[in-house]
Design a protein around this ligand. Structure first.
Ligand SMILES: Cc1cc2nc3c(=O)[nH]c(=O)nc-3n(C[C@H](O)[C@H](O)[C@H](O)COP(=O)(O)OP(=O)(O)OC[C@H]3O[C@@H](n4cnc5c(N)ncnc54)[C@H](O)[C@@H]3O)c2cc1C
Length: 513
């Protein structure tokens, strides 16, 4: 396991539950550093409401499938089992202690009790394919000798499976500085941009309204087309706009800016008022000065700024303002246009959008290029909106990758339509095209079965496809029993290790659905 963040710790624990011997490498001096700063120190670790639109990126399409195996219910059960009470605030889930440290503490304690070997202050610099004596591919983890003391760490250690859970580029002070993408090697990386972050806007007036917080409706425009509408508490800063509604669409703005598109936003400071409000106000306040007129509508600093931008002096009386000037002021209150120059940097962003391309991983989060290499968490090309969605992805992807890497069967999936249990084909039959053998494997099989077959892999594929095969999984291997012989396949590399006549059943292996 590379990376001891939310995804990495969950993956390590689930892999250990499944019987794997797990080692975790973390470059920081402790695990779970980012978790401590989540949810303003309270850690909004999940959300009861999961729907389309909560996630962006290439992984958004497969998130439901991952959550069916390990979703919000499983996450709550998991943390409760670890001793954490949960607080539910309108669907937003927090530890009852309201301390983010509780979440990282219970994970750490569980890792300790499972005997997971932990190397902190140990940066992984490479993950390489190496072949073992049997010809099966294993993965070698290389560590940085400057940060890892060689005698203490298993540098150059070989593993059956490696999970990369190094995070993205957001909040690099917590350890995720993007170097994880280098470990992903030749995997495609969807360009990364800061997400859940503030937007820097044009204009020299921002200092006048810095610090204002107000309920508002924001509409984001890309090249003049409205692409997103969000209501919520807007924060005005000395450089532009911030707050949850801005965070929610910041990743759309970031990608548009990357593509050199024009990004603007319209702010409605009074989404709950209509034309009748203004008619009444102009009438009721007709003897007042304009400073008095704008006082009490919204935050005074905002009112005075809009007055100024409408070209109206504070000392003018309401009667002096003609219809077109009135309309101009009203439209500033309801559709204040700002031009976005850039997003805040990764330093201030909560999440990194983009990452390892989902086209290059299986539904169990294993690389299609490097057998035995898995990915979890924010490293992948998926990012959620605010509200516990990013941590939920870390838990779910970590659990699925952890179990898969340990060679455990799929989490149970029940079909709920007609009450019957869904029968899933095994991962092996799903990926028969990846079946191959080595020279050594070929020699063994020909000898054991007294066969003279040109293409051993094609022969095995046909046997497995015939539908009579009983496929079981034990440790890192698949055992295919068919026509009175047993074919052994490495479950990570899909290498056919050997095949022999069936003399006895391999000691009660786990039955794969
Ligand atoms: C301020 C802030 C507030 C947030 N609040 C929330 C919230 O309330 N709710 C929510 O759902 N999400 C929140 N998020 C987002 C959420 O924290 C992340 O999406 C999530 O923690 C990502 O988990 P991860 O395990 O994928 O990555 P990370 O937590 O980034 O962990 C990656 C780990 O890998 C380590 N690492 C990296 N490279 C190497 C290497 N080469 N060798 C060894 N170790 C390495 C890093 O040191 C790090 O510990 C917040 C984020 C921030 C910054």
């Amino acid at each position: 396991m590379v990376g001891g963040g939310a995804a990495g710790m969950m993956a390590a624990i689930q892999a250990a539950y499944a019987g794997a011997c797990v080692t975790l490498y973390e470059r920081n001096d402790r695990v779970g550093k980012k978790i401590l700063s989540t949810g303003n120190g309270k850690c909004n670790f999940s959300n009861e409401v999961m729907e389309a639109g909560c996630y962006y990126g290439g992984g958004a399409a497969c998130v439901a499938e991952i959550y069916e195996r390990f979703g919000v219910t499983e996450t709550k059960d998991f943390f409760r089992k670890l001793g954490m009470r949960i607080k539910n605030r309108n669907g937003y889930l927090y530890p009852a202690s309201e301390q983010a440290a509780t979440v990282s503490d219970v994970l750490r304690y569980e890792m300790e009790s499972l005997g997971i070997q932990l190397f902190t202050q140990c940066r992984v610099t490479g993950v390489r394919n190496v072949a073992d004596k049997e010809g099966a591919v294993r993965l070698m983890v290389e560590t940085d000798p400057k940060t890892c003391k060689e005698q203490e760490t298993d540098t150059g250690q070989r593993y059956d499976a490696v999970i990369l859970a190094c995070g993205g580029r957001a909040a690099p002070r917590t350890g995720s500085d993007g170097t994880g993408f280098e470990l992903a090697g030749r995997h495609g990386i969807v360009p990364t941009v800061p997400a859940l972050t503030a937007l820097q806007c044009e204009g020299s007036f921002w200092k006048q309204v810095a610090g204002v917080r107000c309920e508002a409706r924001l509409i984001l425009y890309i090249d003049g087309t409205a692409v997103s509408v969000v209501d919520g508490e807007l924060q005005l800063t000395d450089y532009g706009i911030s707050g949850i509604p801005v965070f929610q669409f910041s990743r759309i703005a970031a990608y548009a800016l990357l593509e050199k598109k024009k990004v603007t936003a319209a702010i409605d400071f009074m989404p709950d008022t209509d034309a009748a409000f203004w008619e009444q106000r102009w009438e009721q306040q007709r003897k007042r000065h304009m400073e008095q007129f704008v006082t009490g509508i919204v935050n005074k600093k905002t009112g005075l700024l809009l007055l100024k931008l409408a070209g109206i002096r504070e000392a003018e009386t309401v009667c002096e303002i003609n219809v077109s000037r009135r309309k101009k002021l009203e439209s500033l209150f309801h559709s204040f246009q700002v031009t976005v120059r850039e997003t805040n940097s990764f330093e201030q962003a909560q999440v990194c959008a983009g990452g390892v391309d989902f086209k290059e991983i299986t539904d169990r989060l294993q690389s299609v290029k490097v057998p035995g290499l898995f990915f979890a968490g924010e490293m992948l090309d998926i990012d959620g909106i605010c509200g516990g969605y990013n941590l939920q992805w870390a838990w779910s992807s970590g659990a699925v990758a952890g179990r898969a890497a340990a060679g455990a069967p799929e989490f149970e999936i029940n079909t709920r339509t007609d009450g019957t249990v869904e029968v899933r084909v095994t991962e092996l039959t799903d990926h028969l095209d990846r079946l191959h053998t080595t020279e050594l494997g070929g020699i063994r099989i020909r000898k054991n079965l007294a066969l003279d077959i040109e293409d051993i892999a094609a022969w095995c594929r046909t046997k497995i496809e015939c539908g009579q095969a009983v496929i079981t999984r034990q440790g890192k291997n698949w055992y295919v029993e068919v026509d009175n012989c047993v074919i052994t396949v490495n479950a990570y590399s899909y290498t056919i290790i050997t095949a022999h006549r069936k003399v006895h059943n391999p000691q009660k292996p786990l039955q794969e659905r």
